[in-house]
Design a protein. Structure first.
Ligand SMILES: Cc1cc2nc3c(=O)[nH]c(=O)nc-3n(C[C@H](O)[C@H](O)[C@H](O)COP(=O)(O)OP(=O)(O)OC[C@H]3O[C@@H](n4cnc5c(N)ncnc54)[C@H](O)[C@@H]3O)c2cc1C
Length: 538
């Protein structure tokens, strides 16, 4: 939809929502139901966010389809039929499009439009929003649904612009796909996306060079067609199923159980049985095998060693197996799920290149140079992730009270209250912002919880005659300290992960997401019940 098609009074809006992934789509819907005049802006030409951009081979959700879906509409969750245990990118994108049609979302979305700037007008008490298409609109509320993992991160490799082959990033994959047949392909990066893409590219490419900086733990996904009876059983009590999932630390996997017992107090046979059984089931449930593996280094070692032994079993060449051996605690980086990742290194056309000691030296017109050798390539695939959690917000020139820029305010790391509000930035809400569970939980559940909270907050303001809401600096500082304290009780901060911003040179090292979904929801509910404690309502 173009600017001309929008309603004539659309210059004066109640809310602007930036980003039309699952967060923005549901926000738009809820805002409209609440009677707000709202407009969504989206840089892509359709809805779906992550699943619109990440069309790389093997792209698939790591959360099961029956769980990675909206719960807000009973009709929707009953009528949509998933086909696989874990939904692939194309199926999730079809689902997002179906939701957009079903709730008639597109009429209020301006696609192919990037919001470039937003300035809070203190006199009018409104946000002035600008886009790369020259739009200038004003709205009382600015809701950022720009995504935690939507600003791609490409390493700064000298000479890359002179490389004569094609260059891709998994998060900006061409819609028409890529034909790797007969090609010498270099994949840089072995995180979640690389681990999904590498086995699929290996089947097609002539030669595949995998450039690995940090070996990762990965658990078999064990994807399979979804059993119709299983789907029907879940649908028979979908709300109960969702409610039970929301009580787990990551808002997933209640059916398989989160064991709270200590691995340290378990006898060796029972320990192996538990790990083996979860390994065979596949998926994230492996990390729920025992209660102390995410907090106690000794406990963690049992789980980590179990997976390391599995890698040794799968990879035939012991030297390659050693190169693939993760050295960190398991789970302190985002755990990966795979289909035949380690087995792929047994193929004669797949070559693992360790760049942990000698970083990528440079690109040449013919390929990539590292370890004193030039690897000749026809194309390079960057699976190097994102400027996570803050990147897409900071790429917009957001200015709050006193014309302060968000970039300056966050120069030492993000400061939010509940991950939802930022002091100095009235009436601005962030969906799945830093300081909320976001990437440490099933994100559809997280964004739904945020959208519900924001909508109820706006309704409260309206019903009580308030024009604005703003987090206090004290509440935000206490919140940041709380997030650090909770994270400090886990093994998460022990790794150089993107949770800490460690993948982006120069980014402040601050642990950004908050572990523990149920406690977080309780806190948000308590804040609301106390008349939005920690916020100033004016
Ligand atoms: C490869 C990959 C795999 C993932 N797997 C899982 C998983 O297994 N489980 C899970 O829970 N989560 C997963 N995630 C996280 C995923 O991002 C969330 O599940 C969910 O899709 C987030 O929805 P969102 O609406 O918050 O953000 P997004 O889906 O990222 O959408 C944000 C949208 O905002 C748009 N945008 C950003 N800036 C602007 C701007 N300035 N102007 C206009 N538009 C803008 C972007 O174009 C994008 O479309 C994965 C992410 C990636 C990248």
């Amino acid at each position: 939809m173009s600017t001309e098609d929008l309603a004539p009074d659309a210059q004066s809006l109640d809310a602007v929502v930036v980003g039309m992934g699952f967060g923005g789509m549901y926000m738009l819907h809820r805002a409209r139901v609440a009677g707000l005049r709202v407009r969504g802006y989206e840089a892509g030409d359709d809805v779906g966010g992550t699943w619109y951009w990440n069309r790389y081979p093997g792209a698939r959700c790591d959360v099961e389809s029956l769980e990675y879906s909206y719960s807000f509409s009973e009709e929707l969750q009953q009528e949509w039929e998933w086909t696989e245990r874990y939904p692939g990118q194309a199926e999730i994108l079809s689902y997002a499009r179906y939701v957009a049609e079903r709730f008639d979302l597109r009429r209020d979305i301006q696609f192919e439009t990037r919001v470039t700037a937003a300035r809070f007008d203190e006199v009018a008490g409104r946000w002035d929003v600008r886009t790369d298409r020259g739009d200038e609109v004003s709205a009382q509320f600015l809701i950022m649904a720009t995504g935690c993992l939507s600003s791609t991160n490409v390493p700064d490799i000298e000479g890359l612009d002179r490389f004569e082959g094609a260059v891709y990033h998994t998060g900006r994959w061409p819609k028409e796909g890529v034909d790797f047949r007969g090609q010498r392909v270099g994949v840089v990066g072995t995180g979640s996306s690389g681990i999904q893409a590498i086995p699929v590219i290996a089947e097609e490419a002539e030669e595949l060079y995998v450039f690995q900086r940090t070996p990762q733990f990965s658990i078999p996904a064990r994807n399979a067609p979804l059993d119709a009876a299983e789907q029907a059983a879940v649908k028979a009590d979908y709300q109960g199923f969702r409610a039970r999932n929301r009580q787990t630390p990551g808002a997933i996997g209640s059916r398989l159980g989160w064991n709270t017992a200590s691995v340290l107090e378990c006898d060796p046979e029972e320990r192996e049985r538990e790990f083996e059984s979860r390994w065979n089931i596949g998926g994230f449930t492996f990390v729920g095998a025992f209660g102390d593996t995410s907090t106690n280094p000794d406990a963690n070692k049992f789980a980590a060693d179990f997976v390391r032994d599995k890698i040794r079993e799968k990879v035939h060449d012991p030297k390659v197996a050693e190169m693939l051996m993760p050295k960190t605690h398991i789970g302190c980086k985002r755990i990966c799920l795979d289909t035949n990742y380690f087995e792929t290194f047994n193929r004669p056309n797949v070559h693992l290149v360790d760049i942990s000691e000698a970083p990528m030296e440079r690109a040449t017109p013919r390929g990539l140079c590292t370890n004193g050798r030039e690897y000749e390539l026809d194309c390079i695939v960057f699976a190097t992730g994102y400027d996570a959690m803050t990147g897409s917000l900071l790429r917009i020139d957001i200015r709050g009270r006193g014309d302060q820029s968000l970039g300056d305010v966050w120069s030492a790391g993000p400061v939010t209250y509940l991950g939802l509000g930022i002091p100095g930035f009235p009436n601005l809400f962030v969906i799945a912002g830093p300081g909320s569970p976001s990437v440490l939980a099933n994100m559809i559940v997280c964004v739904e919880q945020h959208v519900d909270w924001i909508t109820e907050c706006v309704e409260y303001l309206r019903d009580h005659g308030y024009r604005s809401i703003e987090a206090t600096p004290e509440a935000a500082d206490q919140w940041v300290a709380y997030v650090n304290q909770v994270a400090g009780g886990t093994l998460y901060p022990t790794c150089n992960s993107w949770y800490l911003g460690a993948n982006v040179p120069g980014k402040p090292r601050v642990f950004m997401p908050l572990p523990g979904f149920p406690a977080y929801v309780a806190k948000c509910d308590e804040v609301a019940a106390k008349g939005y404690e920690g916020f100033v309502l004016a």
